[in-house]
Ligand binder design. Structure first.
Ligand code: AKG
Length: 299
């Protein structure tokens, strides 16, 4: 195709102005799973220039602002879409990661939420005191051991995909201490905690959203990490393709290293509009514990 028939457009990534998303259960969904149905145009196909809202860029460092830009190339036959590079968020701060008509999605990273010695103590205590359970899950009729150990404390039962937990108010003292520290710092309160124990780099959790109805609308989730660092990945739920299918290939992706003692808050539409995972690692990793404090409502 002749060069003069090519157009090039720079687009400030789709961190803003996408169509709204309706909410569904998404936990445990695999990479090919369908996101909630969206209405409205496919922003990749029709929107050539979009402005990143002031509130978004003002909360990003200059390096991260640079990351927002992707180059899209057009030919006579249509748009060639590029797979966006994942953006890394590794510095403390509050980040508006998307702004849909349904509301903004926000994450806040505090790396030294627990100081090193305190985090060592909490890690060792929870590792030794929690009666970690091996739960089984089921996808497409196949039952399998979850690739991590888990446990639950909460005022109500909790269920996601094929896993269910009974109400358990026999809180571990150390966990209550961490909960009170988060509540003091953030002003949010929580009545439950899902604990994950990743024994090594092979243990992981697949793409999902914490969007069970029992978590209510736009849940606030406080996630504390202890032990070896792992990468927390987020990907934006895509709009439907022209044929109605969904692909995560071209959606925005974030990589957030979660270090010993760090706190990651997920708020607003971060469960409606994004999925997250802790991928399997291909290098050795030591054990890691993750605590996700939530508020559960009776169903
Ligand atoms: O281990 C983590 O950081 C994430 C855990 C998680 O996604 C979950 O409990 O829903």
């Amino acid at each position: 195709m002749a060069d003069n028939k090519r157009q090039r457009a720079r687009i400030q990534g789709s961190w803003a102005g996408q169509p709204s998303v309706s909410k569904t259960r998404g936990s445990g969904a695999g990479p090919g799973s369908k996101p909630p149905h969206r209405t409205g145009p496919n922003p990749n196909a029709v929107s050539l220039t979009r402005k990143t809202p002031e509130s978004t860029t003002s909360q990003l460092t200059s390096g991260q602002s640079d990351c927002l830009q992707q180059t899209l190339t057009f030919t006579e036959t249509g748009l060639i879409r590029r797979v966006p590079e994942p953006k890394e968020i590794a510095k403390d701060g509050s980040y508006v990661i998307s702004m849909e008509p349904g509301g903004e999605a926000r994450i806040t990273l505090t790396r030294d939420f627990l100081l090193s010695e305190e985090a060592d103590y909490v890690f060792a205590t929870l590792r030794d005191e929690i009666p970690w359970a091996q739960k089984q899950n089921c996808i497409q009729g196949q039952t399998f051991d979850e690739p991590r150990l888990t446990y639950w404390f909460g005022e109500y039962p909790y269920a996601y995909t094929k896993v269910s937990w009974e109400k358990n108010t026999d809180w571990n003292e150390t966990l209550l201490y961490v909960k009170s520290r988060i509540e003091e710092r953030t002003g949010h309160t929580f009545n439950s905690c899902l604990l994950n124990f990743y024994r090594n780099g092979k243990d992981h959790v697949s793409w999902h959203s914490d969007d069970e109805p029992s978590l209510g609308s736009k849940p606030t989730i406080a996630s504390v990490s202890l032990g070896d660092s792992r990468t927390f990945e987020m990907r934006k739920k895509p709009p439907p393709e022209e044929n109605g299918d969904y692909t995560y290939m071209y959606t925005e992706k974030l990589r957030i290293p979660l270090t010993h003692g760090s706190l990651l808050m997920m708020e607003g539409a971060s469960q409606d509009d994004w999925q997250h995972q802790i991928p399997r690692e291909y290098h050795d990793r030591d054990a890691r514990i993750n605590l996700t404090f939530r508020t559960i409502y009776p169903e």
